[in-house]
Design a protein around this ligand. Structure first.
Ligand code: M6R
Length: 609
């Protein structure tokens, strides 16, 4: 959500900024803009355009300028519609500014700084630009003016700022919204995430909150608001540039689906020592797992659905209450949370603001927090008491696939460890459970070999439909939630998950001739029950796609398409089912000709509430 790139250095700034914006496109945006300092003038070259970065690039290249310092932005509209004027950068007086985040008190600021008649756009960001220009005119001091500006702002922000009378320098500051920075022999860079920097440097740092960065071609200096020098904590990216490229696949989504066996290996292997689950490499003490009497799982979207599967695994095993909360709901509900609560938050990006704030709240209420996160050193990872990194590598497609299955694997590892430590599993059982986790990667590999053709076949029916339903019971219902989300977010088909037993209480009214129903029936103990529900929808004309176990006898007339998963311990079926549901969604969206990796209105990293 909103992408920021800034560069000051020795090579063509226009190229660096435009390339950086292309790398950040996956975050989701609806307009883009660029500001370049000119070598021969104090007036910055600013171009802003709605639509894709390639449209901006076309417009920028119509009028080339020589520049070695510039900033660029992809905007995901919050305050004000998708227009060229509302796009960033904003330029007021000597200040050029881009912003990611939300200025919550912008209306009050408009009143107190008498900006009503001065505003050109409808954005909260322009308000910050005016205030900064006001203080800069007053103080002539970039640090002082930035300090005073952020001093009156309530909300989240990452700012990249250029002053037209300060050459080759970008100033940055952030609160909540992410920014990372790096330097190399080509110059210095600042960006919303490392994908925009990795081609220049694998060494980077996260800009500490409320610290002012002065980004010059010779390097980056950090100062706290009281003027003290701050030393950055350097990190190293543990994946290569190629990991964030399509590598011959038509889309990132299908590449990422196919990367799942390796991602699962990377997440699971290091945590199995002598056949048992072991988190000592993650510095997680056993007491975290033994000292709690309740678990709450907090996340959004796909990560939340991973949590829903987690609940169905944890609760019967650990015999303690486990509840899953949507982060934005947890924040405003008075959920029982105390010092006996283990709060597990799940986030691919580690930047989802609702998840972050919910985690902070749970911590304030006394809970211990454990974050399952994919992006190294992200805000959630830094703020949690303990972190369990998944090792999916960069996930570029907005629709989450490999990040989901590794989140599940992390939850299963936790279940094994907690089961063992709390005496809910004998040593032999814990070792058997761990062995099954070790085998997940092979299962996914096997499924990826034989299901694509069947999923493509399913997509031919999906493409023709306006609605689709996903049904299942128990764990299968948890899987169906993710299946429906996957389909709707990239194919724009209305898709709904319904607990199979609930159909008769309303949803079945929507089933008519040829309505696709994806029925998931992998759980032995409720197989017959789910099958009765399948019969009910079939009797009303539904086109049934049944996903079931290889060892289950299923009469031909039960469904229209049958996809079988390998026979395995029911609890692990989700890994096979996930791949099938991802592929159905992928082929449907691709078949409809949609931009699979960048669905409309969505952002990869949701950094506003
Ligand atoms: O980065 P996070 O895991 O915190 O993101 C949470 C959701 O926004 C995310 O899972 C979203 O639902 C997916 N892109 C859906 O595929």
């Amino acid at each position: 959500m909103c992408g920021i790139i800034g560069f000051s250095g020795y090579i063509d700034a226009e190229k660096v900024v435009l390339e950086g914006l292309k790398e950040l496109e996956y975050r989701g945006y609806d307009s883009a803009g660029i500001a370049l300092q000119r070598e021969d003038s104090d007036i910055p070259y600013i171009v802003k355009k709605t639509g894709p970065v390639k449209e901006l690039e076309k417009a920028v290249l119509e009028n080339r300028v020589e520049s070695f310092c510039g900033i660029g932005h992809t905007r995901w509209a919050t305050h004000g519609g998708v227009t060229d004027v509302n796009a960033h950068p904003h330029h007021i007086g000597k200040v050029v500014l881009i912003h990611n985040g939300i200025i919550e008190n912008y209306q009050e600021l408009i009143n107190s700084y008498e900006l009503k008649d001065k505003l050109i756009s409808e954005t909260d960001s322009e308000v910050a630009c005016h205030i900064l220009n006001y203080y800069y005119e007053k103080t002539k001091d970039p640090f002082e003016s930035i300090k005073r500006t952020v001093g009156v702002i309530i909300g989240s922000y990452s700012f990249c700022i250029m002053f037209s009378d300060i050459k080759d320098t970008i100033f940055s500051i952030r609160n909540v919204s992410p920014l990372v920075a790096a330097s190399c022999d080509k110059g210095s860079f600042i960006a919303s995430d490392v994908t925009a920097l990795i081609q220049y440097s694998k060494k980077y740092f996260v800009l500490p909150e409320k610290v002012i960065a002065e980004i010059k071609k010779t390097g980056i200096e950090l100062r706290s608001p009281d003027g003290k020098k701050v030393e950055p904590d350097y990190l190293t990216v543990d994946w290569d540039v190629e990991a964030a490229q399509k590598a011959g696949y038509p889309h990132f989504m299908i590449k990422e689906i196919n990367e799942q066996p390796d991602a699962l290996e990377r997440t699971v292997r290091p945590r199995i020592v002598s056949g048992m689950t072991d988190f000592s490499g993650d510095n997680i003490p056993d007491s975290l797992f033994t000292d709690c009497s309740r678990i709450i799982i907090i996340a959004c979207g796909t990560a939340n659905y991973a949590g829903t599967v987690g609940k169905s695994i944890f609760e019967p095993l650990l015999k303690i209450p486990v509840n899953v909360y949507i982060a934005s709901e947890y924040r405003y509900e008075d959920v029982i949370t105390d010092k006996n609560t283990l709060c597990i938050v799940i986030s691919q990006s580690g930047e989802t603001v609702d998840t972050l704030e919910a985690m902070k709240l749970a911590s304030q209420k006394g809970a211990k927090t454990l974050a399952i996160v994919n992006v190294k050193a992200s805000t959630i990872a830094r703020e949690a008491d303990y972190v369990l990194y998944t090792h999916a590598g960069p996930e570029i497609s907005v629709a989450s696939t490999k990040a989901y299955t590794v989140q599940l694997a992390a939850l299963y590892l936790l279940a094994a460890k907690m089961g063992e430590l709390r005496g809910c599993l004998t040593n032999d059982e814990a070792s058997e459970f761990t062995k099954a986790i070790e085998n997940i990667s092979d299962t996914v590999k096997k499924v990826l070999e034989y299901v694509p053709a069947q999923c493509k076949h399913v997509s031919e029916t999906m493409i023709k439909s306006k609605d689709a339903f996903y049904i299942g019971r128990g764990l299968d219902y948890a899987f169906s939630l993710e299946g429906a989300l996957k389909l709707k977010e990239i194919s724009y088909i209305h898709a709904e998950a319904c607990a199979a037993g609930e159909l008769k209480h309303g949803t079945i009214a929507l089933i008519e001739k040829d309505t696709p129903v994806v029925a998931i029936a992998t759980q032995k103990k409720i197989f017959a029950k789910t099958l009765s529900n399948v019969k009910e929808v079939k009797a009303r004309g539904a086109f049934v796609i049944l996903i079931s176990r290889g060892d289950e006898e299923i009469a031909e007339e039960t469904c229209d398409i049958l996809i079988k998963i390998p026979s395995m311990d029911d609890r692990f079926a989700v890994f096979a089912v996930a791949v099938i549901l991802q592929l159905i969604a992928y082929y449907t969206a691709d078949g409809k000709g949609f931009n699979v990796d960048k669905p409309r209105n969505l952002a990869k990293s949701v950094t506003v509430e």
